[in-house]
Design a binder for this molecule. Structure first.
Ligand SMILES: [Zn+2]
Ligand SMILES: [Zn+2]
Length: 262
């Protein structure tokens, strides 16, 4: 059974809520599709959010940093101040939203309040807004940023993985959720400086030994990898993960995030 089919079943038992205002979404069309299996396909973006809330979303439109995807205030620059100052290990990152207002709240609920169902809305937005970019980058596999097992135990699911598996299903790319392991339980990053973040993250990730054996050739055969995470802040988390992949021989690492901080 596919993820969107399992989601459709869950919808019948627990009707889906709008990720922004929390109202129950009307699902008659989706239920009909569930009854007729031959017409089944993942829900379209507009079915996963109510109309007024859709128009409140802080989408990143034309002017964004060519490296990290952050919205730019001046359309004359091609990269943000952060990327001009610090190089990254990944090649390019893109995000759908600026991390503020309704998106910030919805991501908080997905992450800390058990609203796992919102992952399909975010996967649908990534599909809609980033699939052309993903297609043009010849990406062959998706790897979500893993949680440390102690954190996974508390939250029950990894929000990045929930988004990644649904995105992979929509755009037809394989998802390797266990490819990276978070071996260090890093402390919360948000109040740390850049240097402290890098310190905090060095040695945080490793490749799951099952992908290293029998040889590094297995990694080469994967080609370019798309790392998926929920929030991009300074890029130090995805850089730490990209570093492990590049050292193992992965040619290029791209990053897709739901939202990027301002
Ligand atoms: Zn709403
Ligand atoms: Zn940037």
């Amino acid at each position: 059974m596919k993820y969107y089919q399992m989601d459709a079943v869950m919808d019948i038992i627990f009707p889906a809520h709008c990720p922004v205002c929390g109202q129950i979404l009307s699902v008659p069309k989706r239920r009909l599709r569930f009854i007729s299996p031959f017409q089944m396909h993942p829900p379209i973006l507009q079915e996963l959010i109510c109309k007024p809330c859709f128009y409140r979303l802080p989408f990143i439109l034309e002017s964004h940093c060519v490296i990290c995807g952050r919205a730019l205030e001046t359309p004359l620059a091609d990269r943000c101040e952060d990327c001009r100052r610090y190089p990254h290990i990944f090649s390019e990152a893109r995000a759908v939203f600026s991390y503020k207002g309704p998106v910030q709240q919805a991501l908080y609920q997905l992450k800390y309040q058990g609203r796992k169902e919102y992952s399909r809305f975010f996967a649908a937005t990534m599909d809609y807004y980033l699939s052309d970019w993903i297609d043009s980058r010849c990406i062959t596999a998706i790897v979500p940023i893993p949680l440390h097992k102690s954190r996974l135990k508390v939250r029950n699911y990894n929000q990045a993985e929930e988004i990644a598996v649904r995105l992979g299903e929509r755009i037809g790319l394989p998802v390797y959720s266990d490819f990276l392991i978070r071996k260090k339980a890093t402390t919360a990053q948000k109040d740390l400086s850049r240097t402290q973040r890098m310190e905090n993250l060095s040695q945080a990730f490793c490749i799951n030994p099952k992908y290293i054996i029998p040889s590094a050739a297995a990694i080469h055969s994967l080609g370019s990898i798309l790392l998926v995470d929920d929030i991009y802040t300074t890029g130090s988390t995805v850089d730490a993960a990209a570093n492990v992949l590049v050292n193992a021989g992965c040619p290029t690492v791209f990053v897709a995030a739901v939202a990027v901080t301002g």
